[in-house]
Design a binder for this molecule. Structure first.
Ligand SMILES: [Fe+2]
Length: 175
């Protein structure tokens, strides 16, 4: 007796929110980091230099597929625990260092990102990012890419029961 042949309905492939994948975003942040280091975005930097007491950011590129941001980080100014809405993300650290605290389902896990390091953020990634001490002076500089372009971010807190509680949602401003 032969086993019955199951005929499964074909499952339509699910299209993601973007045609780009995490390796594409990592490549984009690498390219943009090289452009920044080569001085090709110097005209976007604040005339008085990067602020020493606040996080600063500017958009290097924005189109339907992708947003690329240059961000500077100073001590004591973290991002709060957040996600990236429906966007994938990636970053490359240009100079200095960052600490990332990622929610792993049970607790926050820290990883240090030094100059040249990269990180990728799949959908659902919840983290906080903060300046970290290194041998170079502040601020830390990093390039971030999001696809589709970042539209909204949710902010979270960790409860006393070691769960995440979602708080406010903020829309990302685009000029
Ligand atoms: Fe983030």
């Amino acid at each position: 007796m032969s086993a019955p042949v199951l005929s499964l309905p074909s499952i339509p492939s699910v299209s993601g929110p973007t045609r780009l994948r995490l390796p594409d975003l990592l490549l984009e942040t690498d390219r943009a980091a090289a452009d920044v280091l080569d001085g090709r975005h110097d005209h976007l930097l604040p005339p008085g230099g990067l602020p020493a007491d606040a996080r600063w950011f500017t958009r290097l590129r924005g189109d339907d597929d992708l947003d690329v941001w240059l961000i500077s980080w100073v001590p004591g100014r973290h991002t709060e625990l957040h996600d990236h809405g429906g966007s994938l993300g990636a970053l490359t650290v240009l100079s200095g260092a960052l600490d990332e605290y990622r929610w792993d389902g049970d607790r926050l896990r820290r990883r240090r990102l030094d100059a040249g390091d990269q990180a990728a953020f799949p959908l659902g990634w919840v983290h906080d990012v903060v300046w970290a001490r290194s041998q170079v002076p502040t601020p830390t500089l990093s390039v971030h890419a999001y696809s589709p372009p970042l539209a909204a971010m949710s902010y979270y807190e960790v409860t006393e029961r070691a769960t995440l509680r979602r708080g406010r949602v903020e829309l990302t401003e685009h000029e």
